[in-house]
Design a protein around this ligand. Structure first.
Ligand SMILES: Cc1ncc(COP(=O)(O)O)c(C=O)c1O
Length: 514
């Protein structure tokens, strides 16, 4: 579909009205205040007007998001071809920019915020999350040190402590105990930071000084997210020193295989240092047995990192916490509120049990960052808790979301999605053309048509091309498997019912073809 026809085909009710509402009579006219001094900046009054227009645009987008094809239908290069080759020499009216968002950019957007988005793991947004992010931009704070904006640090510490209780995590993760939490950008970065701390602890903090000796070994299951292998590459441990531990029939790590491998590596004179266990693997939502894995880590003094990227959000509900039993043995834990807890990307909550190990791993203090508060030892400087120096005021959006929904509202969000996914799994179980391909502990259903890989590929391609919904696939036991994840902020029963109906329609065509 061309961009032109896209813009006319989708329901853009009253778009012209929208622009006249937003900008009044003078739309299209650059409105610069007469002033002695030439200024190119947006004045506060202009900002107020355009800001309202953008918020109106987002609210309208939310109400019409279901009218767009979920997966963007553009071809490679189509968006760039519609943009001018050169940047504007003179500033343009804001109205023109916002119009181009509508006509040129929107067709190239895959609508992650559509309630018919069932692909990958979700990437939530919500009203309070968006507003928290906006406020963070408005304040424009860079909170690398406590002293560069005390509220940026203290709100983050406070909200991270709240979450320890909200998720039933061990008290050792609290900032008032030996640990503490910090917001990272992504689960990948969290895994890297955990791995660096594990590496340093295992080498008595010498690899930071001397580099790695090629003997460090890292353990994860065959189902662990690729970010752990990437972290090993970045950390100088090397992908060849990542042991992929076999899994059981539920795709969960086999602890006895882990123990065997660690002992073999120790016997060979290597230095095992780090294990990643997952609560909710990406491919099939498998749950590694943290307790049994944790006992092995204790025995061999290995850093245990728990990656609960999406499924950690389920721990808001006490009835799901058995899935992370043994978490008290973890050295670090991460979950992404930006996946399933209604917080806008990016927001990855990472805790350590021993903050000293983390700080000793990552702290460097150049002269220009020295200040009294740091020297007093009474404050947290989060620059020592992650890779980069600078940091945004990300806790605002987390705080807004928690205060808006309350624990009750967030629990409702999780329970409803789990209920809908379980219902979908039952429909699959009761349809003899389909089978479940993995257990369904929470909100991800892995299933397949019994007609084989080609049939499943065809069903998925047709569904995604139709724009009615978007789902993705994986391979389990060598077979192409469809994944339907219920987790978008606004997904309700009717969206999941419609998804099942569309899947049945497409599979009916397959069966019809024989
Ligand atoms: C279990 C798990 N870990 C890590 C990641 C990486 O996430 P991020 O994009 O936050 O790095 C994902 C992504 O889906 C995941 O499912």
């Amino acid at each position: 579909m061309s961009l032109e026809s896209y813009a006319t085909n989708v329901k853009i009710d009253g778009l012209e009205n929208f622009f006249s509402r937003a900008f009044g009579k003078n739309r299209g006219e650059p409105e610069r205040e007469m002033s002695e001094e030439k200024s190119f900046h947006m004045t506060p009054d202009e900002f107020r007007r355009y800001g309202h227009a953008v918020v109106d645009w987002i609210a309208d987008y939310q109400s019409r998001v279901e009218s767009f094809p979920v997966l963007s239908q553009v071809k490679p290069g189509e968006i760039r071809a519609s943009l001018p080759a050169a940047p504007p020499a003179r500033g343009e009216p804001f109205e023109a920019v916002l119009k181009d968002v509508e006509h040129l950019i929107l067709p190239g957007v895959t609508h992650w915020q559509s309630p018919n988005f069932f692909a990958y793991f979700p990437c939530n947004a919500s009203g309070p999350g968006i507003l928290g992010d906006l406020l963070s931009s408005g304040l424009g704070v860079q909170g690398m040190l406590w002293s560069t904006s005390p509220a940026c640090t203290e709100l983050e510490t406070h909200v991270m402590d709240w979450l320890v209780g909200m998720l039933g995590l061990p008290e050792k993760f609290l900032s008032s105990k030996t640990g503490g939490g910090v917001i990272q950008d992504t689960a990948s970065t969290a895994a890297l930071v955990a791995l660096l701390a594990g590496r340093e602890r295992a080498t008595n903090y010498s690899s930071n000084q001397k580099g790695c000796d090629g003997r460090l070994v890292v353990y994860a299951s065959t189902q662990t997210h690729s970010s752990v292998e990437k972290a090993a590459m970045i950390a100088g441990i090397g992908a060849e020193n990542v042991r992929a531990i076999e899994v059981d029939e539920k795709f969960a790590m086999r602890p006895e295989a882990l123990a065997r491998q660690v002992e073999a590596d120790r016997g060979a004179g290597l230095t095992p240092c780090f294990v990643c266990a997952t609560v909710g693997t990406t491919s099939s939502n498998a749950i590694d047995p943290i307790g049994a894995v944790g006992e092995i880590c204790r025995r061999h003094n290995l850093w245990l990192h728990v990656d609960a990227a999406m499924s950690g959000t389920a721990m808001l509900c006490p009835e799901f916490r058995h899935l992370q039993s043994g978490v008290e043995l973890a050295d670090s834990y991460n979950f992404n509120p930006h996946k399933w807890m209604a917080v806008n990307f990016d927001c990855s909550c990472f805790w350590v049990a021993d903050r000293k190990a983390l700080i000793q791993t990552l702290s460097i203090l150049p002269e220009y960052l020295r200040n009294q508060a740091t020297e007093s030892g009474a404050v947290i400087d989060y620059r020592d808790w992650h890779i980069q120096l600078g940091r945004r005021f990300r806790s605002l959006k987390l705080w807004f979301v928690i205060r808006h929904y309350g624990v009750e509202g967030l629990q409702h969000h999780v329970r409803e999605h789990v209920r809908l996914a379980q219902q979908f799994a039952n429909w699959v179980r009761n349809d003899q053309r389909f089978e479940l391909a993995a257990p369904v502990p929470l909100n991800l259903v892995c299933f397949r048509h019994k007609g084989g890989d080609a049939a499943n590929q065809t069903i998925m391609d047709r569904l995604n091309r139709s724009g009615d919904l978007f789902l993705t696939h994986t391979k389990l036991n060598g077979k192409l498997t469809l994944r339907l994840c219920v987790g978008q902020t606004n997904t309700k029963a009717r969206h999941v019912e419609n998804a099942w109906q569309r899947i049945q329609e497409e599979s009916g065509k397959i069966s019809g073809r024989g």
